[in-house]
Design a protein around this ligand. Structure first.
Ligand code: NFS
Length: 635
C-alpha cells in the first residue's frame, strides 16, 4: 500500500508500513481495489429479492424507475434496509440465545468450567421475571430465569419482558404504533416475509416492522445477552488494563481471541492461567502465556478480568502481521475471511470454534459449552506448541500501548456517584439540571476503511468532551478511545470542558465511560431509564439531553442498533449514511418525519466536527424544552 496514513493510531500505521513493504494485502488495499464501489448498491436501489431481476433503478431518472415487479426506489431501499436490521438483530439475539443456553446447562451442572458469579443480578432478574427465590438453590433460580429468557425468543404474542423496563410514555408510543416486539425471532422472520417479492410494498409499513425487530434486539436479545452474561461471568466493575498492539509480548506465547461471545473468551482466561500449560510454555522457551483480545469479545474479558486489548476491527489482520501471534482464536461476527490466507504468510494458527462460522483452510476446534474448559485448554496447548515456530525475523511488535479504565455499568453508576452508603443517580441528574453537564452521548460502533481508522471516533468524542458532554462508549469505538488515552481519569483535564472536569475530578472517573461490547448498548438504555426514574429530567427518553453516534459503522448489527436507539427516543448521528439515498421519501422519513412518530430521528454526517455541532444543538434544544438552566460554563 502506497498511500498516506490510514489511521490516527501510530501502531496501526507502523504495521501498515510493514505490510506495504512486504506486499502483504490488508483490508485497506482491498477497499482501494474495490473503488469505485457500486453506486446502485450505495444508494440502495438494486434489488435481488427475486430472479425476474436483479433490478436496479436509475437514480437520475434516465432508465427504469421501478423494478420489473413495479417496486419503487423507496420500496426497494426500505426492503434492503430492514433486511439489514433482520441480520443485525439476528446476530445479537443469537448471541443472547447462546448465553441463555449456557446458563441453563450450567444451572443443571452439565458444563465444565462455568459457575454463576453474578448472584445479586440473578436475584434481581428473578424478581423482575416472577421467578420464586424463597428457599431455593441458586441453580434452581438460574434454571428458571434461563428458561424464561429462552422463551422470549420463540414467543408468538404478548410483549417482550424487558420492554417493560422502558419509561411508561415510551411503552405507550410503542403500543400505539404497534412497535412493541412480540417475540425476538418472530419479528426477524416477519421482516423476511414482508420483504419477499410482492408482500409489503409501503416503505413506512416496512420500516414499522424494522423498528419492531430492532426493539426486539435492544430490549430483547442484546439485553438478555448482557444480563445473563453478568449472571454467569459476574458484574463488571471499573478495572485498569492496557490496549493496542504493544500489548503483544515478544517472549511469551500470544493468544488473541477475536469475535463476540464470552462463553468462549471467558473460559480462555481460566485456561491460559492453567499451571500445567504455563509449565509447558516455559519448556518451550516462553516466559508465560499472554492473552489479548480484538473486537467485542475483547471488551467482554477486558471489563471482567482486565485482559489487554490488542486492537479493534481494522486491526485484526495487523495483529497477525506483527508476526508475534501464536494463535488467533475466533468464534462469530466481525471476523474477516481474509485472516485465513494472511495467517499462511506467518506461523500464526487461526482456529475457528463455532459450528456457525467455519473458514476454508482454517483449523476448526469445535467449542461446546458442556466441555468448555477441556476444549479451551486444548486450544491453549496448540498455541504453546506453535510458539517455537515463531519466526524471530518476522516479529515486529509496535511499542504503542495505552492505559485505560473499563467496565462501567448502569448498576455501578449508582455507587460511583452516590458513594458507599447512599446509592443514587441524583448527582448525575443534578449535574445535568444545574448545567455543569450539558448532556450525555453514546459513541459506539465499528471501524470502516471508508474513514481514516479511529479518526472520526476520536474527533467526535473530543469535540463533545470540550462542550461538557459526558461520553459513554462501547464496541470498537470504546477501543479507539482506549488506545487514544481517553479512558483514564487524567483525560478529563486534557480534553473536557470545565463542568465535566469538575465532575470527573470529584468522582475520580474518566470523561469517557467504557460500558462494554455492542450488546451492552442495552446498559446505556438502562442508564437512561434510571436517570428518568431519578426524576427532574422529563418523563421519556426523548425528553433527555442525550444522543448517540456511530461515526465509523459498517456492520448490519449497527443498523439494528441505530433503529432501536431512535425508536427508543434517541437522536442518532451516523458517519456513513444508510444505503437508502436513492429513495428520496424514505430518506426524508428517516432523517426527519420519523421524529413525529418516535420522538427521534437519524442524522447522516460524515464530518465528526459537524456531527458534534448537530448533537450539541440537539442537546441544547432538549435542555430548553425541559426549561433547564443554560450550561454553566457557556459555549
Ligand atoms: Ni462490536 Fe458491533 Fe464488530 Fe466492532 Fe462493529 S459490529 S459488535 S463495534 S466492528 S466488534
Amino acid at each position: 500500500m502506497s498511500d498516506k496514513e490510514k489511521s490516527v493510531d501510530p501502531a496501526t500505521n507502523e504495521i501498515m508500513n510493514l505490510a506495504c513493504k512486504g506486499e502483504i494485502e490488508t483490508v485497506f488495499d482491498r477497499y482501494e481495489e474495490m473503488e469505485p464501489e457500486c453506486g446502485f448498491g450505495q444508494l440502495g436501489v438494486c434489488c435481488k429479492n427475486c430472479v425476474m431481476g436483479p433490478c436496479r433503478i436509475d437514480p437520475f431518472g434516465d432508465g427504469p424507475t421501478t423494478g420489473i415487479c413495479g417496486a419503487t426506489a423507496n420500496t426497494i431501499a426500505a426492503r434492503n434496509l430492514v433486511r439489514m436490521v433482520a441480520a443485525g438483530a439476528a446476530a445479537h439475539s443469537d448471541h443472547g440465545r447462546d448465553v441463555a443456553h449456557t446458563l441453563l446447562i450450567a444451572s443443571e451442572g452439565k458444563t465444565k468450567g462455568y459457575e454463576i458469579k453474578g448472584e445479586e443480578k440473578l436475584l434481581n432478574l428473578a424478581k423482575e421475571m416472577n421467578v420464586k427465590t424463597d428457599k431455593r438453590k441458586i441453580e434452581e433460580i438460574a434454571h428458571d430465569v434461563a428458561e424464561k429468557c429462552f422463551a422470549e425468543f420463540g414467543q408468538q404474542h404478548g410483549e417482550l419482558q424487558f420492554t417493560h423496563r422502558a419509561p411508561k410514555k415510551r411503552q405507550e408510543i410503542w403500543k400505539k404504533f404497534k412497535f412493541t416486539p412480540r417475540g425476538i425471532d418472530r419479528e426477524i422472520v416477519e421482516i423476511m416475509h414482508r420483504t419477499n417479492i410482492g408482500v409489503d410494498n409501503d416503505y413506512v409499513n416496512i420500516l414499522q416492522q424494522g423498528i419492531r425487530a430492532a426493539l426486539g434486539d435492544g430490549w430483547g436479545g442484546s439485553m438478555i445477552a448482557t444480563d445473563l452474561q453478568d449472571v454467569l461471568f459476574g458484574m463488571p466493575k471499573p478495572i485498569r488494563a492496557v490496549s493496542n498492539l504493544g500489548v503483544l509480548k515478544a517472549d511469551e506465547v500470544n493468544i488473541v481471541v477475536h469475535g463476540h461471545e464470552p462463553t468462549l473468551s471467558d473460559i480462555m482466561v481460566t485456561a491460559s492461567q492453567d499451571k500445567e500449560l504455563l509449565e509447558l510454555a516455559k519448556q518451550k522457551g516462553a516466559k508465560g502465556i499472554n492473552l489479548a483480545g480484538i473486537c467485542c469479545t475483547a471488551n467482554e474479558i477486558l471489563m471482567r478480568h482486565g485482559i489487554p486489548i490488542a486492537g479493534n476491527f481494522l486491526q485484526q489482520e495487523l495483529a497477525v502481521i506483527t508476526g508475534a501471534v501464536d494463535l488467533m482464536l475466533v468464534d462469530v461476527q466481525c471476523v474477516m475471511p481474509a485472516l485465513s490466507k494472511l495467517a499462511g504468510c506467518y506461523h500464526t494458527k487461526v482456529v475457528s470454534t463455532s459450528p456457525k462460522a467455519k473458514f476454508p483452510n482454517v483449523e476448526h476446534v469445535e467449542f461446546s459449552e458442556e466441555e468448555a474448559l477441556p476444549i479451551a485448554k486444548k486450544i491453549v496447548r496448540m498455541a504453546v506448541e506453535n510458539y517455537p515456530k515463531r519466526k524471530k525475523e518476522l516479529v515486529n511488535i509496535p511499542k504503542d500501548k495505552m492505559e485505560l479504565v473499563a467496565g462501567f455499568t448502569a448498576e455501578y453508576v449508582y455507587h460511583m456517584l452516590g458513594g458507599k452508603y447512599r446509592a443514587t443517580y441524583r448527582p448525575l441528574n443534578d449535574a445535568v439540571i444545574s448545567g455543569r453537564l450539558r448532556g450525555a452521548v453514546g459513541i459506539v460502533g465499528c471501524n470502516n476503511p471508508k474513514i481514516k481508522h479511529d479518526w472520526a471516533h476520536l474527533e467526535l468524542t473530543k469535540a463533545l468532551l470540550k462542550k461538557d458532554v459526558l461520553v459513554v462508549t462501547t464496541g470498537c469505538s470504546a477501543l479507539a478511545s482506549a488506545k487514544a488515552g481517553l479512558l483514564i481519569p487524567e483525560a478529563a483535564k486534557k480534553y473536557a470542558g470545565k463542568g465535566l472536569q469538575e465532575i470527573c475530578e470529584a468522582v475520580g472517573c474518566p470523561p469517557v465511560l467504557h460500558m462494554g461490547a455492542c450488546v451492552d448498548i442495552s446498559r446505556i438504555l438502562m442508564v437512561l431509564c434510571n436517570v428518568l426514574s431519578e426524576g427532574g429530567l422529563g418523563e421519556d427518553i426523548s425528553d433527555l439531553p442525550v444522543a448517540a453516534a456511530a461515526p465509523e459503522w459498517m456492520s448490519e448489527k449497527a443498523v439494528s442498533i441505530g433503529f432501536y436507539a431512535v425508536a427508543s427516543g434517541i437522536y442518532t448521528v451516523l458517519g456513513i449514511p444508510f444505503p437508502i439515498l436513492g429513495g428520496k421519501e424514505i430518506t426524508d422519513f428517516i432523517t426527519d418525519k420519523m421524529e413525529n412518530v418516535v420522538g427521534a430521528k437519524f442524522g447522516f454526517e460524515p464530518d465528526p466536527i459537524k456531527a458534534a455541532d448537530l448533537i450539541v444543538k440537539h442537546l441544547d434544544a432538549k435542555r430548553k424544552a425541559l426549561k433547564l438552566k443554560p450550561v454553566m460554563y457557556g459555549e
